[in-house]
Design a protein around this ligand. Structure first.
Ligand code: FE2
Ligand code: FE2
Length: 238
């Protein structure tokens, strides 16, 4: 008997290949990377955190055309949770010595946001697939940045336990914020069909949006890792 694989699981498989690779690469090298490099990664991730609410808003608007308002309501719920998070992230990093606003534009990050903006506005199904993929990858991002902030605290002799930055990552991981965003959207990904009516979810478009978003994340992360590799132990050590 053939068991049909749900669309969300198929997307997770593709997503997992890249997130596992990036996570292993970074965590293997973590002790050797300079403070500058680690702080730089956090600043780029903060850019995503602070832009995410705008991108979610575009996707919410694109999904409002669907007969079932469930996706729109779920994205709005997500926006409500995320809108305070960038502020918390900035403050928490400031408390451990990283000013996320002291930032020079990294063009691959800007290009990544442009791709997501484009994918968020094509059609409702594509928007849903895009955000299903990015919300899934958000779990891996918080796992990676949990370790990076722990490392930054340790090197400076600051307590990670009880810090605002640990709490920030904990609410996204242990307290289930990102898993909730992923599961909330998975329910809709898995009811998309191949020949929907004009205002239904199209599985081919959901899948295309998800894979295009994963491709955009791969390109972005490869650019980040390339930059990390170039600055391995920081400019002072070269
Ligand atoms: Fe968040
Ligand atoms: Fe999220």
């Amino acid at each position: 008997m053939v068991t049909a694989v749900r669309l969300s699981e198929r997307i997770d498989g593709v997503n997992g290949e890249f997130t596992n690779r990036v996570k292993a690469w970074l965590l293997d090298r973590l002790p050797e990377l300079s403070n500058d490099v680690l702080q730089w990664l956090v600043k780029e991730h903060y850019q995503f955190s602070s832009t995410n609410v705008e991108l979610l808003g575009l996707a919410r608007d694109a999904t409002a055309q669907l007969a079932d308002q469930g996706v729109t309501i779920e994205l709005q719920r997500n926006i409500g949770e995320e809108s305070g998070h960038a502020v918390m992230y900035r403050r928490a990093m400031g408390e451990i010595g990283t000013d996320v606003d002291d930032h020079v534009e990294f063009p691959p990050t800007t290009a990544f946001f442009e791709r997501l903006r484009n994918l968020s506005t094509q059609n409702a199904s594509c928007s849903l697939g895009t955000f299903y993929a990015t919300e899934t990858a958000a779990i891996f991002e918080h796992q990676v940045f949990y370790e990076i902030s722990r490392e930054l605290c340790e090197r400076q002799g600051l307590a990670y336990q009880g810090s605002r930055i640990k709490k920030f990552h904990d609410i996204h991981l242990d307290e289930g914020v990102e898993q909730g965003h992923k599961d909330g959207l998975a329910a809709f990904v898995d009811v998309a069909v191949s020949e929907p009516g004009a205002d239904g979810l199209d599985s081919a478009e959901v899948e295309r949006g998800a894979y295009a978003a994963i491709e955009a994340m791969v390109t972005w992360w490869d650019a980040l890792l390339g930059e990390v590799e170039r600055n391995w132990r920081g400019p002072q050590a070269r």
